[in-house]
Design a protein around this ligand. Structure first.
Ligand code: IMP
Ligand code: MG
Length: 175
């Protein structure tokens, strides 16, 4: 392992738990009686989604969509494609997109646009992490965990070259 691949803790598992609890409280207030459809973006959001939904104590459904990703690189290509589509019907549902990290914004902007065409009753975005400084496309994050610096993040579902998704804390790969 070279020095670029040594992860250091940025947000501890305890801090993550309180962030997720706060987001769950906000989402509960807004979606209590709406039987929402939560859509997680694979693979990065799977840990966050699992923790989030276990704090939501009301009827809901969930689905996942897989979009083209960075591959081996650490920068987005700007060209998003659906690799694995939804099974759920989006029309007339209250849809909440669940994302691990918004970076340039290209991925979620694409997905929100894609879902809007399917005419949901409402459409909102929940993101655990926001790398605001790198935004290229404007994105409204309705439920935001925390803003993070422009560092490469791994852990808690988030990868570098498919590694580190299993780390329980949110870490940065140190240069
Ligand atoms: P965007 O399209 O540039 O906003 O990138 C969003 C996607 O890139 C997210 O779904 C993440 O999976 C991935 N991504 C963005 N920043 C990082 C990072 O720091 N580490 C790992 N993956 C990232
Ligand atoms: Mg990723």
């Amino acid at each position: 392992m070279n020095s670029k691949e040594r992860p250091g803790v940025l947000i501890t598992r305890e801090e993550i738990a309180s962030i997720v609890a706060r987001l769950a409280a906000q989402i509960s207030r807004d979606y209590q009686r709406k039987n929402p459809l939560l859509i997680g973006i694979l693979k990065g959001s799977f840990v966050f989604m699992a923790d989030l939904v276990r704090r939501l104590d009301f009827p809901l459904e969930l689905d996942f969509i897989r979009l083209s990703s960075y591959g081996r690189g650490t920068r987005t290509s700007g060209n998003v494609r659906v690799l694995q589509g939804l099974r759920s019907i989006v029309q007339d549902r209250h849809v909440l997109v669940v994302e691990d990290i918004v970076d340039t914004g290209i991925t979620v902007a694409f997905l929100l646009d894609y879902l809007k065409k399917k005419r949901p009753a409402s459409l909102a975005l929940c993101a655990l992490l926001d790398k605001t400084s790198r935004r290229r496309v404007p994105v409204t994050i309705d439920y935001l965990g925390v803003t993070v610096p422009d560092k490469f993040i791994v852990g808690y579902g988030i990868d570098f070259d498919e590694k580190y998704r299993n780390l329980p804390d949110i870490c940065v790969l140190e240069e």
